[in-house]
Design a protein around this ligand. Structure first.
Ligand code: HEM
Length: 498
């Protein structure tokens, strides 16, 4: 096998490599293209930040991503657009069946969204990041002379700095996959052990993924690419690779009902503050300070580089969910080894699992191996914080919106975000549970074959199973879209499309 070429960080937008945590101010501009030529003039000189590590950390950053409709408005032809993935092409709210699978029904339905969905779909998102006090100036600096002619502003989404917490008061952004930038990972087809090191091709187009294959991506005939900035697509001679060093960006505005959350916990806990906190922690699957509810694993986990004391664990030691409930948010979001209870470390147990024999097969069948479904999260909070004590007061009229601008990156929207959201978060059959969906994200709407999805169950060692019924909806979708975050030379190509 030939050694893969080293990654050109100068051609990758920085968000793939950095969360820009030191740039505590951020704002996301949702734009529609008014004049494509003016957009191209703006794009040709826009100071888009790349993924090179600088000697001195930057004070500001700029990222740009397009929806399919936006690429079309820019002049990309249908045959090139057809090279993008079907779900990007259709859009997040493109059809009812997708909305149903994502849980975007009832109060989450796109018809109620503030942006995204029919008639309110952005063409692009311009993402601005800056150190404290610098955002306003940065916004002014990136506009340049063509901005006003180029865009209509659909919305400007501000963010807030909650110092590493999300609005329910939990440490956020703790567990992230480690990207194999050096492309050293040898992918084993039947690899079952949980590891945190994930193939580069899972997060960036143009590289080998967890199947040892290239994810489909858009290409342009070489003779139409006057910039000649991109090398030929490895697996398609005569074409230039428009996808190389780009990725898909999933954006969902998720509003959190902090009062509703803490008032429900309080009622369930008969107002005992410790019980209330513990119950909320069981919903999330971690302590508020980020500590896992299960014991750390003695065996090091491959690729755990981000805070090992918080991420060095699997659910092997807690197969019955008595420490971390089977349906807790982090367990649904990344079941680690829940799908392989008892770790199939010998040939016969692996074979038994593969053939679907043995105990727990129902639970196993509804969950697939986690390494194909990892998400790189890059979201930001918005809205003012609300502490638990204030949240316990009755709803104040005119309460302002607060929540997460959920952003995740991945080379395959369907296998990563959509799978996690529909098969794990929204599924009422996850891990053998029935009648419940994600305790945080669930829309509590009945689904075919399961009239109730609003429960949450807890199993404590040597205690009766506790079944909490009629959870209210704590999180509501307020907007969303699928974007393509191109590589830098692909952006320059887009600036020249005729
Ligand atoms: C307002 C909405 C949400 C809230 C309040 C929330 C909260 C949290 C918290 C507190 C954690 C644990 C800390 C961490 O590892 O970062 C977490 C982890 C995670 N969440 Fe969410 N989340 C939300 C939405 C989502 C959505 C929509 C998805 C995907 C569809 C998601 C996927 C994940 C993943 C993959 C993890 C890491 C799991 C692990 O590897 O242990 N979250 N979330």
């Amino acid at each position: 096998m030939t050694k893969p070429a080293p990654v050109d960080f100068a051609d990758i937008q920085g968000l793939v490599r950095f969360g820009y945590g030191a740039l505590t101010e951020a704002s996301f501009l949702l734009l529609r293209i008014r004049d494509a030529s003016a957009v191209q003039l703006w794009l040709a000189s826009a100071p888009v930040s790349n993924a090179v590590v600088m000697a001195q950390a930057p004070d500001t950053a700029l990222q740009v991503a397009f929806t399919c409709e936006g690429l079309r408005a820019l002049g990309l032809k249908e045959d090139v657009l057809a090279g993008f993935s079907a779900e990007f092409y259709a859009g997040m709210s493109g059809d009812e069946s997708r909305s149903r699978r994502l849980g975007d029904v009832g109060a989450n339905s796109p018809q109620y969204w503030a942006w995204g969905g029919q008639n309110k779909n952005p063409h692009l998102v311009v993402m601005l990041y800056a150190r404290e006090q610098l955002l306003e100036g940065w916004l002014h600096a990136i506009r340049g002379p063509h901005w006003d002619d180029a865009f209509d502003v659909l919305d400007c989404l501000p963010t807030s700095n909650l110092f590493g917490l999300e609005h329910f008061g939990f440490a956020d952004g703790i567990s992230q996959p480690t990207i194999d930038w050096k492309q050293q990972r040898q992918v084993e087809a039947d690899e079952l052990a949980y590891g945190n090191l994930v193939a580069l091709g899972e997060f960036l187009l143009g590289y080998s993924n967890e199947y040892g294959k290239y994810t489909d991506r858009p290409r342009v005939p070489a003779d139409s690419d006057t910039t000649s900035a991109r090398p030929s697509a490895d697996d398609k001679p005569g074409f230039h690779d428009l996808g190389l060093n780009g990725t898909y960006l999933v954006f969902r505005q998720l509003e959190q009902d902090v009062r509703g959350f803490w008032q429900f916990m309080d009622q369930q806990a008969s107002s005992d503050p410790d019980v209330r906190r513990e119950l909320a922690e069981a919903f999330v699957g971690r302590r508020q300070n980020g500590q896992p509810l299960v014991e750390l694993s003695e065996k090091p986990i491959d690729g755990v580089t981000n805070d090992a004391t918080l991420n060095q664990f699997t659910f092997d030691s807690d197969a019955d969910g008595s420490r971390c409930p089977l349906g807790a948010h982090i367990r649904r979001a990344n079941p680690r080894t829940t799908d392989l209870p008892g770790a199939h470390d010998n040939f016969f147990s692996k074979l038994q699992h593969t053939l679907g024999l043995g105990e727990n097969t129902f639970g196993e069948d509804v969950i697939a191996s986690t390494r194909f479904h990892r998400l790189l999260r890059r979201g930001r909070e918005y809205g003012p914080p609300l502490g638990v004590q204030d949240a316990l007061q009755q709803t104040q009229s005119g309460d302002v919106g607060r929540g997460i601008h959920f952003i995740s990156l991945g080379a395959n929207i369907s296998r990563q975000f959509e799978f996690v959201q529909s098969a794990w978060m929204m599924s009422s059959k996850f891990a053998g549970l029935t009648g419940e969906s994600d305790p945080l994200l669930g829309n509590r709407e009945p689904i075919p074959g399961c009239p109730v999805t609003s429960a949450f169950s807890l199993t404590k060692k040597n205690a009766a199973k506790r079944h909490i019924a009629a959870l209210p909806q704590f999180i509501t979708v307020r907007g969303g879209a699928y974007f393509f975050l191109p590589g830098i030379s692909a952006l320059r190509f887009l600036a020249g499309v005729r």
